[in-house]
Design a protein around this ligand. Structure first.
Ligand SMILES: Nc1ncnc2c1ncn2[C@@H]1O[C@H](COP(=O)(O)OP(=O)(O)OP(=O)(O)O)[C@@H](O)[C@H]1O
Ligand SMILES: [Mg+2]
Length: 283
């Protein structure tokens, strides 16, 4: 479904001196990956390792400096924006912070209809109602504004919007990182349920290995613009082959739980009981 071959992306930083060349950030240093149709594929790694850059390139929102990116056998890295229509139909994004990705002045019905409007497709009220119900919201949410919802509900609205054009691929960049721990598991389970029901391919980015383990069958571990390890999620967790993966595993407090076979749902249930997590999202 998605094939990346030696994808590189350099960013030029603003010049700090007239005498020196502009510094270059090598955000991606030769990424080669295959993501199969229907697969739930995770990408983990610490902040700044290039996860979002990679997702933007997969989604055709950014171009690699070199290398090839194929989606269903079509090279997208050098297509003009006007030729990327097929990708916009097939692939939709869910981002980290639903508050900043939802326009506060728009009603939910217009937010959800946005991708359909952009593609000049019909968006009757019944379709909007169906989409809202498919993410566990009631149809009368359509007339309200984003601030009238909790963080978890707002992320449900962005998921409904992503599903509107009937995509085949869902690309999610830290979709639960901005949410309270108590609702993370609910939103993750919703994503899982939708991906299964609609038979979607999922590309899921997170810095949190326990979250990726809950959702993904296969995972790539990134470090400083490179993939250091790819494999079945359980395998990568239980027997990390690369020293960096082992250090990631050791550094993440959840990981002791993840290694003990507990899932994000258990972790969230546990978190509910701790007093510093009393800000329960009212869902
Ligand atoms: N538009 C840009 N211009 C310059 N540098 C950039 C740009 N976008 C990303 N970078 C740099 O590329 C590197 C990778 O950034 P990226 O946002 O992909 O990391 P990330 O893994 O998503 O991090 P996080 O977990 O914090 O979201 C970083 O060093 C970042 O500063
Ligand atoms: Mg990022």
């Amino acid at each position: 479904m998605i094939q990346l071959n030696d994808v590189r992306r350099d960013f030029r930083r603003p010049r700090t001196s007239l005498l020196k060349p502009a510094p270059v950030v090598h955000a991606l240093r030769g990424i080669t990956l295959d993501i199969a149709t229907g697969e739930r594929f995770g990408i983990v790694g610490e902040s700044g390792c290039g996860k979002s850059t990679l997702l933007r390139i997969i989604a055709g929102l950014d171009r690699p400096t070199s290398g090839s990116v194929q989606v269903e056998g079509r090279e997208i890295s050098r297509l003009r924006e006007s030729r990327l229509g097929f990708l916009r139909d097939q692939m939709q994004l869910v981002l980290q912070d639903p508050m900043s990705s939802l326009d506060p002045r728009m009603r939910v019905r217009d937010i959800v209809a946005e991708p359909l409007v952009a593609q000049g497709k019909p968006h009757p009220p019944e379709r909007i109602a169906e989409l809202l119900e498919s993410v566990g919201l009631s149809a009368d949410a359509a007339g309200r504004y984003p601030h009238q919802f909790s963080g978890g509900q707002r992320q449900r609205i962005s998921i409904a919007r992503a599903l509107a054009p009937d995509p085949r691929i869902l690309v999610a960049d830290e979709p639960v990182s901005a949410l309270d721990v108590s609702v993370r598991a609910q939103v993750l389970n919703l994503i899982l349920e939708i991906v299964e029901r609609l038979d979607l391919t999922l590309v899921f980015v997170s810095h949190d290995l326990s979250v990726v383990r809950h959702v993904c069958e296969r995972v790539a571990v990134m470090r400083a613009g490179e993939v250091v390890e790819v494999g079945a999620t359980d395998q990568v967790y239980e027997e990390p082959a690369h020293a960096y993966t082992r250090s990631l595993v050791a550094a993440i407090p959840h990981l002791a739980d993840a290694l003990a076979g507990r899932t994000a749902a258990d972790l969230a249930a546990g978190a509910k009981m701790t007093t510093d997590r009393q800000e329960l999202d009212r869902e």
